[in-house]
Design a protein around this ligand. Structure first.
Ligand SMILES: Cc1ncc(COP(=O)(O)O)c(C=O)c1O
Length: 424
């Protein structure tokens, strides 16, 4: 009889994987808390929250209970012309904790579509007003998803290369620093007249390599864009729901974005769901007697009741004192470990924002996604029972909030061991 891995290899094409050379996928048959279990009972500590989605641990009994009950009540209904309690409850719950200018919730089903919708809202906002503002501003090394619009506003890279000619033009600027702010602001003023929006990952550029930048500088740039009538799209698909140590990156900022994007941790990592929130001003630009001014965007599973229910349950857990204490605990543990890393000779740079810890390893190659070092690190951690998926020579820790201090200490110890062994 064929093994699960063999059957997988025969029939399945995996994401972000060179199928010709990749090792067979590891079949995971069960998850519990911070652990994943393979078919032989070997357990892996999920140090990256399964692509940054899992908040409270795998197969969380409270979320499972709520989703199971909803499954017997209403599993799906068309969301044009109809609505349902989980979608309404979730919209209210989100708006309660988002920046006060966020007034409307638009549902989709993943992070890429959340950003696609935000871009379309901005471009159509100006179009509905009869203004030709079509330039989009974005950050170099940014990542907003893999659909064409989301790819267009992401930094050009090996991932976008085969499509570069087909992506729409975007003006890229460096993330703001104390040094480059005056220059960036002058540049933005020069193009403001025909610029529709600025899309950015606040504080941490995740897929770009966990690159971190200063909240005060971003605040300053956001205010400048507002003054220049450039709409702000804050992509919190990655940073949302506690990752930065606060509920949202916007809780570190004073300026308000016009639109925000969420997915990943939105459902606690249980089910796919995307959200684009926006201000009343954005929403009102689509209100008209003219049918053509509506937003013609939707997906079959928009606002799926099961996904909304999972998100509501996850939000409840996130807002509990226990989870807030866990987030603070992980932030402090990372901070203490960071001090040890900063003087390590094989660490090029180590950085932290909240529960996100990134370590750039000193290698003879440049720092990038295809750094060969990854091929040695990834299996090393797996052998030690840790799922830690490096971005080239950058490894990062992004634990679910339920991860214990003992498990964190174990991961830190294996990282230090790897620093000594893997390179020597
Ligand atoms: C900031 C950001 N935006 C958008 C996305 C795309 O999300 P999804 O993979 O759900 O399409 C990602 C995914 O990593 C992300 O990190």
């Amino acid at each position: 009889m064929k093994t699960l891995a063999e059957r997988d290899q025969q029939h399945i094409w995996h994401p972000y994987t060179q199928m010709h050379t990749a090792a067979p996928a590891i079949p995971i048959v069960r998850g519990s808390g911070a652990y994943l279990f393979d078919e032989n009972g070997k357990r892996y500590l999920d140090a990256v929250s399964s692509w940054w989605v899992t908040l409270h641990g795998h197969a969380h009994p409270y979320i499972a209970k709520k989703v199971a009950a909803q499954l017997l009540q209403l599993e799906q209904v068309i969301f044009a012309g109809f609505t349902h309690p989980p979608a309404i409850d979730l919209a209210e719950a989100l708006l309660e904790i988002l920046p006060e200018n966020q007034k409307k919730i638009f549902y989709t089903d993943n992070g890429s579509t959340a950003t696609e919708v935000a871009l379309k809202m901005c471009l159509q906002f100006w179009d509905n007003k009869g203004l030709k503002k079509q330039k989009v501003l974005a950050l170099t090394n940014g990542y907003h998803g893999d659909t064409f619009g989301a790819m267009s506003v992401s930094g050009r890279s090996a991932w976008t290369k085969p499509f570069d000619n087909l992506l729409f033009d975007v003006v890229f600027i460096e993330p703001p620093t104390v040094e480059n702010l005056p220059e960036l602001k002058a540049f933005i003023s020069g193009i403001a007249i025909d610029t529709a929006c600025f899309i950015y990952e606040p504080l941490v550029q995740g897929a770009g390599g966990m690159l971190m930048y200063n909240a005060a500088c971003l605040d300053n740039l956001m205010s400048h864009c507002r003054n220049e009538e450039i709409l702000l799209i804050q992509d919190e698909v990655f940073t949302g729901f506690g990752r930065t140590g606060k509920n949202f990156a916007s809780d570190h900022l004073t300026a308000f974005p016009d639109l925000m994007c969420f997915s990943k941790g939105l459902t606690g990592g249980t089910m796919p769901l995307g959200v684009t929130s926006c201000s009343q001003e954005i929403y009102e630009a689509f209100l008209s007697e003219d049918q053509h001014k509506a937003l013609y965007h939707g997906h079959s599973f928009t606002a799926n009741p099961l996904a909304c229910t999972a998100a509501l349950a996850s939000l409840e857990l996130l807002r509990s004192a226990a989870t807030q204490n866990d987030i603070a605990r992980i932030c402090q543990k990372h901070k203490d470990f960071l001090i040890r890393l900063q003087t390590h000779p094989k660490v090029k740079v180590a950085r932290q924002t909240g529960t996100i810890l990134a370590i750039e390893w000193e290698t003879n190659e440049e720092t990038w996604y295809f750094n060969q070092f990854r091929d040695r690190l990834y299996p090393y951690f797996l052998e030690n029972g840790i799922l830690l998926r490096p971005l080239g020579n950058i490894i990062y820790l992004l634990p679910p909030y339920c991860m214990s201090n003992e498990d964190l200490d174990f991961i830190y110890a294996v990282i230090l061991q790897a620093l000594d062994l893997v390179l020597s």
